[in-house]
Design a protein around this ligand. Structure first.
Ligand code: PMP
Length: 411
C-alpha cells in the first residue's frame, strides 16, 4: 500500500497548526486522546445546525432526521468492526470504560457465581481491571493473572492451567503502556475451549488497525470514540447478540423499557436496553464521520505507517541516547503498537514531560491507569509518547531533540 501523505493529513487537523511559545505543536499523546480532523468537526456542526432533536420519541420530521443519523452511525460502527448484526449488537456508551463496566456489572453480576474464575492480564488498564475487582469483591470471584515475560509479552507457558475452569478472559488487545499486542485470536480460541467468554478491551487497538470481531474471537469488545479521531463522550460496546439478549439492563431510565408499571418493568431489547436516557447523538454522528475518515485513508495503511514510524523511532532514539534511554516494551516493531514508554536517565517522568512541553512536544507522564503493570516494571510512572496517522519522522526528531535538551538541563 502507498505510504501516507502525512503532510496532507496534518492539514486536516486544525489543532496541529496551533503554536505554543512560537513552536509548532508536536502532538505525541494520541494514546490518551486523538485529535480531530475537519470532517469530524463539520459533521457535528452540521448535525447541530440541521438535524438536532431528541431521538426515539419524536414524530416530527426533524426528530426523524436525528434518529436516522444516530441509527446510521450505529450501522457504520458495526460494519467497521465486522459485527454480524450491527443494528442489535452495537451499544453506544460514554467510553470504553463504561462498556467494560457494563459487561462486568450487568452480564457478570447476572451470570457469575462465588468461586467463578475471571482471568485478567498484567497488561490491563484499570478500565478492564477495577470492574472485575469490584465484582470479585461482591461475588467472591477468583481473579487469575496472565503475566508478562522478560520481553514484555504475555507469558503463555501456563495458559491451559490459568484458563482451566475460567468463565471470563478479560484482555486488552493492545497495552497503552508497552504497546504489546497479545495474540488475542489465539487466546480467545483457548479461552473458548476452556468454556470462558472473551472480553476484549479494544481502546488502543481499534483506532489503529483493521479489527474484525469474528476473527478476533471476541464475545464483547469495548472502545472509545476519542482515541480514534472521534468526539469525547462516546464509546462502543459490541457484544454477540445472544449474549446481549441474556444481559440485564445496566442503567435504568427512559429509552430502555418496553413497559413500566407500579410493580415492575419490562426492559427493551438490545441495544436500546443499554442506552438509558438521552444518548450522545451528536457524538455518534461525529464518531461515524471519524470512522469514514479513517476508512478513507485505510486502516491497513494507517497500521503500516505506525509500524514504520515506531521502528524508526525505536532505532533513532536508541542510536542517539543509548543506555540513557530505556524504552519499556517489545523490541520487535511488528509485535507492538505505536506507544513508547520512556525512562530517561533518572529524570522523573513528570519533569521530563514538562521539559518536552517547552519544545511543544506533548507526551503523557504518569502510571497510565495501569498500576499493577507499573509495579511489575518496577517504576511508579513513565513518560509516554504515542503516534497516530498524523505523526511523522519530523515529530520523532522533535522528540529526540527535546530529550537531548532535557539531558543538558538535568546535567
Ligand atoms: N483501555 C485502554 C487500554 C486505554 O488505553 C484506555 C484509555 N487510556 C481505556 C481503556 C479507557 O478509555 P476511556 O478513558 O476512554 O474509557
Amino acid at each position: 500500500a502507498a505510504e501516507l501523505d502525512v503532510a496532507a493529513i496534518k492539514r486536516d487537523f486544525p489543532v496541529l497548526a496551533e503554536r505554543f511559545r512560537g513552536r509548532r505543536l508536536v502532538y505525541l499523546d494520541s494514546a490518551a486522546s486523538a485529535q480531530h480532523p475537519l470532517p469530524v468537526l463539520r459533521a457535528q456542526e452540521h448535525y447541530y445546525e440541521h438535524a438536532h432533536a431528541n431521538v426515539h420519541r419524536g414524530v416530527y420530521a426533524l426528530a426523524e432526521r436525528a434518529d436516522q443519523l444516530y441509527e446510521r452511525a450505529r450501522l457504520t460502527v458495526g460494519r467497521f468492526i465486522g459485527a454480524p448484526d450491527p443494528a442489535r449488537e452495537v451499544v453506544f456508551t460514554k467510553n470504553a470504560t463504561e462498556g467494560l463496566n457494563l459487561v462486568a456489572q450487568a452480564w457478570g453480576r447476572r451470570h457469575l457465581r462465588p468461586g467463578d474464575v475471571v482471568v485478567v492480564t498484567e497488561l490491563e488498564h484499570h478500565a478492564n481491571l477495577v470492574p472485575w475487582l469490584m465484582l470479585a469483591e461482591e461475588r467472591q470471584l477468583e481473579l487469575r493473572w496472565l503475566e508478562i515475560d522478560e520481553g514484555f509479552r504475555l507469558d503463555l507457558s501456563r495458559l491451559t492451567e490459568v484458563l482451566r475452569g475460567a468463565r471470563v478472559l478479560a484482555i486488552s488487545a493492545m497495552s497503552n503502556v508497552l504497546g504489546t499486542m497479545p495474540p488475542v485470536a489465539e487466546l480467545a480460541e483457548a479461552a473458548h475451549r476452556a468454556g470462558a467468554l472473551v472480553v476484549v478491551d479494544g481502546a488502543q487497538l481499534v483506532p489503529h488497525q483493521p479489527v474484525d470481531v469474528g476473527s478476533l474471537g471476541a464475545d464483547f469488545l469495548a472502545f472509545s470514540g476519542h482515541k480514534m479521531c472521534g468526539p469525547t463522550g462516546i464509546g462502543v460496546l459490541w457484544g454477540r447478540a445472544e449474549l446481549l439478549a441474556a444481559t440485564p439492563p445496566f442503567l435504568g431510565g427512559g429509552g430502555m423499557i418496553k413497559d413500566v408499571r407500579r410493580d415492575g418493568f419490562v426492559p427493551d431489547d438490545p441495544p436500546q436496553r443499554f442506552e438509558a436516557g438521552t444518548p450522545p447523538i451528536a457524538e455518534a454522528v461525529g464518531l461515524a464521520a471519524a470512522i469514514e475518515y479513517l476508512q478513507g485513508i485505510g486502516l491497513d495503511r494507517i497500521a503500516a505507517h505506525e509500524h514504520r514510524l515506531t521502528a524508526y523511532a525505536l532505532e533513532r532514539l536508541q542510536q542517539r541516547f543509548g543506555r540513557d534511554l530505556v524504552i519499556h516494551g517489545p523490541r520487535e516493531p511488528e509485535a507492538r503498537g505505536a506507544v513508547l514508554s520512556l525512562a530517561y536517565r533518572d529524570v522523573h517522568p513528570h519533569d521530563l514531560a514538562q521539559v518536552l512541553d517547552q519544545a511543544g512536544v506533548c507526551v503523557r507522564a504518569g502510571h497510565h491507569c495501569a498500576k499493577p503493570l507499573m509495579r511489575r516494571l518496577g517504576v511508579t510512572a513513565t513518560a509516554r509518547a504515542s503516534f497516530y496517522l498524523y505523526n511523522d519522522e519530523d515529530d520523532v526528531e522533535a522528540l529526540a531533540d527535546a530529550l537531548a535538551s532535557a539531558g543538558s538541563l538535568f546535567g
